[in-house]
Design a protein around this ligand. Sequence first.
Ligand code: BES
Ligand code: MN
Ligand code: MN
Length: 465
Amino acid sequence: MNSILPFLDSNKDRYLRELKDFLAIQSISSQSAHNADMQRCADWTAAQMRTVGLNNVQIMETPGHPVVYGEWLGAPGKPTVLLYGHYDVQPVDPVNLWTSPPFEATVRDGNLYARGSSDDKGQVFIHLKAVEAFLKNKGSLPINMKMLIEGEEEVGSAHLDEFVRDHKDLLKADLVLISDSSMFAKGVPSVCYGLRGLAYMEVEVTGPNGDLHSGSFGGSIHNPVQALSEMIASLHDKNGRITIAGFYDNVRTLTKAERDAYKRLPWSDAKYAKQLGVKKLYGEKGFTTLERLWARPTLECNGIWGGYTGEGAKTVLPAKAFAKISMRLVPDQTSEKAAALFERHLRKIAPKTVTVNVKRLHGGEPAITPIDSPGVQAAVAALEKGFGKKPLYQREGGSIPIVVQFKRILGLDTVLLGFGLPDENAHAPNEFINLDNFFGGIRTSVHFYDELPGFWQHKGKKNRP
Ligand code: BES
Ligand code: MN
Ligand code: MN
């Protein structure tokens, strides 16, 4: 480690220059206008893997956007890490709310602003540079490394299950490592041990066979926007609980130990409300904010449209109304069952006056990873060295659907070693990554690779929160 840590320090400017190139590529996976950019981004990732010294680098086609793979297998007898990340990013609109252009990475106040800086190109790049530091200085890594960087995470990883199933041998490893989540707060490093799942639905409500003059026809039929709003409003009761029958059936009850552990975390509802600019928090009665975020399921309307939304007024009674509604799921719910319950419930509450159609967009399963695994213990040790502070344990409310599939298909547990921060505007305008965390992330990753073999030999060492 003697040569590696100083190497990291003396290469900071270069890291930022290279990361800016990565962030300049408009790899928006959901928009077909960017398909060529997706290919360019896969090319860039592959070229970077070769530059840092990985072998057998391949761009592997899928029915969707390609997967990029690279490996270094020169440490026989040492554990093999399957590092997963994604090079695709979310759309950037509304683009006028960005202070600097989303694909021109800009440093302001110790943060690097760009789409994908935190989610997830910046965190993928952290590992590319950690690998490079070993291979350039020592010619070897303390572990074996397989990197799998996909291009469809932000659209539900639709083709990745099949890809993993088709490449079981190639992806054979001892554990999965993912840096695609956040630390608890600035200066408060953490290991994440839980993610929520997701069931994403679209609802279409149809009334009359065409738009109507709201004066000539208003009062005689049920406006689809109103019918849809009434249905959505009825999905929560006055205690903030979801009214879909059977929805909570498989929700695992929080243990007393876990609730107590959450209560010990440095958290203030007042500060959180202020940070978000809301007058008052809202959520399921009987649970704290962290419990609501990490261990309770939710149902959110992500978008609602229909009728006239352009400039000025138009007196129209729309023929259709739509909503996108997603449910975040916790163990032991499944996305299949949540989607089925949602469909059944909407059929039940649909008024006779309109036609309701429900479509499934995508889903993913909730995950809990074992915190007494050697991988997590190595992460704890690495974070303490990288950030100078013992990390705490947390869950996250977001979803990474492939985590459960890695367990099911490859039998592998995942270590979630996130270097983002909860307020870095992921998926929103002005996304950024904090530069202290970015450089701390490279240091921590270097320590993780270095620590892992020792912990791997002493499997079973316990260190619970
Ligand atoms: N990196 C996030 C997941 C995440 C967010 C983990 C916050 C921990 C904390 C990932 O890129 C993401 O946005 N996932 C989607 C999944 C979906 C598209 C299937 C999500 O959570 O909405
Ligand atoms: Mn991500
Ligand atoms: Mn994301």
